[in-house]
Design a protein around this ligand. Structure first.
Ligand code: FES
Length: 106
């Protein structure tokens, strides 16, 4: 399990516990985190689960696949910190992770 904090564009924070083995997106949707719409349900075809990962965490996450990278290119708000939260599986090492939700997803 990991405790993960989501910061929305209006500066509000939401911290939730996500069970190991779930994706970050699944945990966020179950807890109604604003801005994580996940319209495709994790099928890697919507990019509405995008989050921004701070630099200090970027290297600690599993690497992006080519498919994730390709999907991100469809988002007009992608930047070098962007990840698709449906593609990151939670384990204990992610405890304390802080993510920003793009303003465009509010
Ligand atoms: Fe659609 Fe992640 S939920 S790409």
């Amino acid at each position: 399990m990991a405790r993960i904090t989501f910061e929305t564009a209006d500066g509000k924070e939401r911290t939730i516990d996500i069970a190991s083995g779930q994706s970050i997106m699944q945990g966020a949707v179950q807890s109604n985190v604003p801005g994580i719409d996940a319209e495709c349900g994790g099928a890697l075809s919507c990019a509405t689960c995008m989050v921004y990962v701070p630099a200090e965490w970027a290297a600690r996450l599993p690497l992006k696949t080519d498919d994730e990278d390709g999907m991100l290119q469809f988002s007009p708000h992608v930047n070098e910190r962007s990840r698709l939260s449906c593609q990151i599986t939670v384990d204990d090492t992610l405890d304390g992770l802080r993510l920003k939700v793009p303003a465009s997803q509010h």
